[in-house]
Design a binder for this molecule. Structure first.
Ligand SMILES: Cc1cc2nc3c(=O)[nH]c(=O)nc-3n(C[C@H](O)[C@H](O)[C@H](O)COP(=O)(O)O)c2cc1C
Length: 186
């Protein structure tokens, strides 16, 4: 499996980090990482993580300005892309096909090649513009997994809520995640 992971500058960049950590135990998963400038800022604002620590979890790290990177072309085959978290700016770019940076270009390429693109849009509240762009992205083929709170699984900490979101993302790629608690009836 070859996955592209995009981390953009919405709140919750820790979700991108935790997802990369969870991918470490997935055998034969080649991880291509692209982090936006906004995400770099948010890692500094919201976490104590250095960018090197995040980059170390990927097999390939791509500069968001490098439009000549492998993931910029459809001829470079991948199994799809996850954008976690996905800022409203990045949602807008994906919805409009505005490939103004490598993350956006990689998502644009995945969509044109009919590859899976999962976005985890984060903003609160959502304006009509945000909602329109998220709907546009969904209509264009993106799978939208907003990082919503879940109560049916006993996730009583932020850590467990994040694990649940990662589990829902992984389900889209058929990846089994041992920290995910599925609903089994009541
Ligand atoms: C601490 C912090 C939190 C932010 N949270 C959000 C957010 O939850 N959603 C969002 O759309 N933008 C958020 N932003 C703004 C984005 O980082 C900003 O719009 C940025 O230009 C997005 O660019 P990017 O998508 O290329 O990363 C936040 C910015 C900061 C500094």
């Amino acid at each position: 499996m070859r996955l592209i992971i995009g981390i953009s500058g919405a709140s919750g960049v820790i979700m991108g980090y935790e997802l990369l950590k969870a991918l470490q135990s997935v055998p034969d998963c080649e991880k291509h990482l692209v982090i936006t400038e906004g995400a770099v800022k948010n890692f500094a604002c919201e976490t104590n993580l250095g960018i090197d620590e995040i980059a170390a979890l990927a097999d390939y790290n791509h500069d968001n300005k490098n439009m000549a990177a492998s993931i910029s072309s459809g001829s470079f085959k991948t199994d799809g892309m996850i954008v976690v978290p996905c800022s409203m700016k990045t949602v807008a770019g994906i919805a409009a096909g505005f490939a103004g940076n490598l993350l956006l270009r990689a998502a644009d390429v995945c969509l044109k090649e009919s590859r899976r693109v999962v976005i985890v849009p984060r903003e609160m509240p959502l304006s009509r513009i945000h909602l329109r762009n998220i709907k546009e992205a969904a209509d264009s083929g993106c799978i939208v997994i907003p990082p919503m709170l879940t109560f049916y699984n006993g996730a009583n900490s932020v850590e467990k809520q994040v694990q649940h979101i990662i589990g829902k993302i992984f389900m889209q790629f058929g990846i089994v995640y041992d920290k995910f608690t599925a609903w089994e009836g009541c």
